[in-house]
Design a protein around this ligand. Structure first.
Ligand code: FAD
Length: 394
């Protein structure tokens, strides 16, 4: 698509240039000219009093979305172990495939990985596409992109979901660019539109101040990455049967990246996998009171978590931060103390199974996400919980 300027109608008044926030229009020789900054927002069309501007839309009549069906999940594995986020996505994909009445497939790529196919079927996949080759021992963007591109052309999936891991974030845009389709990164919510059947892909936008729901109506597959820890893993059913389809590996790509060495980064302890979390926010009042939350977490065999302001003021390390710019957590129990429940914080706790929220404000938004609501002073409640557990030993 491009911006068209009708030189017969344009009088060079400059109103369009003033209206453009991208500095994409200049007046040269008494006529408007557009440059590469243009984002086709269309503001100048409304501003021009002479109807001299229009946007020419690219014709896309050849793209037939109806040829595309089924939902695919990229079953990312490292050293042969399927990542939990892939199982989370298979659970979500199962739900979406039921709504759409289509098959759910997992795509497993790697070396010596055939034995993992049954696991993916047990967790909900109807089919598993396997590309197994010793050349694929180390995850490679270039090789995986090539394999996915060929598979998409051949099997035509309607939806493709990937985990927003380091590798997933690097791979997904490459696949989307090859398939000439859209990609919504870092989704926190996915659902099928009942009327159109399109995938609604919801993610925080504008610095996390609002949630945007994005659709991809004109191209396929509809692609999304989802952050780990947001969607629950469903229970496996090892009696479930499924189809396994082998994909041949073709080493015919012009590789631009040469792997010199594969070094594992030292493991950083995070709260992403903790089963019990005592999370504290600004309502805890002082840095010394955080020790109370730490104490309760230790008594319960859990970890401490914090809201972002506590990291910003240096009361806690970023490793403990929960939320959009911290970790997404999915504990069995989350005790939230003095946290208001801002949208950016809630984005990280949607996977928690049980949330007990303690807040002095009965209208705090955290209570909308909580399963149990305690209106009161979290410092006092933490103290009495600790002494109760110490007294009774449980
Ligand atoms: P507040 O909002 O100040 O809430 C304190 C709460 O404590 C209030 O509800 C109050 O009623 C209650 N309270 C006060 N005293 C007591 C008491 N004695 N006992 C019990 N309750 C009490 N935030 C995150 O947490 N994680 C993120 O990843 C994150 N990412 C962000 C990304 C962006 C781009 C932006 C713009 C913001 C982000 N934020 C994030 C910040 C977020 O918007 C909120 O500002 C933050 O979550 C608020 O933290 P809080 O709930 O601890 O503090």
């Amino acid at each position: 698509s491009c911006l068209i300027i009708d030189s017969k109608k344009c009088v060079g008044c400059g109103i369009c240039a003033k209206s453009c926030s991208s500095n994409a229009l200049e007046i040269k020789n008494s006529k408007a000219e557009v440059n590469d900054n243009c984002v086709l927002c269309g503001v100048c069309l409304d501003a021009c009093p002479f109807n001299a501007l229009s946007i020419e839309k690219e014709e896309n009549s050849t793209f037939d979305c109806s040829e595309y069906s089924d939902i695919w999940v990229f079953a990312e594995q490292h050293k042969g172990e399927v990542l939990p986020v892939s199982l989370e996505l298979i659970g979500k994909g199962r739900e979406l495939s039921k709504e759409k009445g289509c098959n759910l497939s997992a795509v497993l790529i790697g070396s010596d990985i055939r034995s993992k196919a049954e696991k993916l079927i047990a967790y909900g996949a109807d089919k598993v596409y396997i590309c197994n080759d010793s050349d694929l021992e180390i995850n490679s963007d270039e090789r995986y992109t090539d394999i996915f591109s060929r598979m998409i052309s051949q099997y035509k999936p309607e939806i493709l979901l990937l985990g927003a891991t380091g590798f997933g974030r690097s791979l997904a845009p490459r696949i989307a660019a090859r398939a000439k389709t859209g990609l919504t990164a870092d989704c926190t919510f996915l659902e099928i539109d009942n009327e159109t059947g399109l995938l609604h892909q919801t993610r925080p936008a504008f610095g996390g101040n609002l949630m945007a729901t994005i659709i991809c109506p004109g191209h396929r597959p509809q692609m999304a990455t989802v952050r780990p820890g947001i969607m629950p893993i469903q229970n496996p059913d090892y009696s479930k049967e499924g189809e396994i389809i082998s994909i041949e590996y073709e080493d015919n790509i012009d590789k631009k990246i040469k792997l010199i060495e594969d070094i594992l980064a030292p493991e950083v302890k995070t709260i992403a996998n903790a089963e019990i979390i005592v999370a504290v926010g600004r309502g805890i009042g002082s840095q010394k009171n955080i020790a109370l939350a730490q104490k309760l977490a230790s008594l319960l065999g859990g970890n401490i978590g914090v809201s972002r302001p506590l990291v910003d003021i240096g009361w806690s390390s970023q490793n403990n931060q929960i939320g959009q710019t911290g970790s997404s957590v999915s504990p069995k129990l989350l005790i939230s103390c003095g946290i208001s429940g801002a949208i950016q914080h809630l984005a990280g706790i949607s996977g928690a199974k049980n949330i007990i929220a303690i807040n002095t404000d009965p209208d705090a938004p955290i209570f909308n996400a909580a399963h149990y609501k305690v209106v009161g002073d979290c410092v006092e409640i933490l103290k009495s919980l600790i002494s109760k557990i110490e007294e009774t030993g449980s």
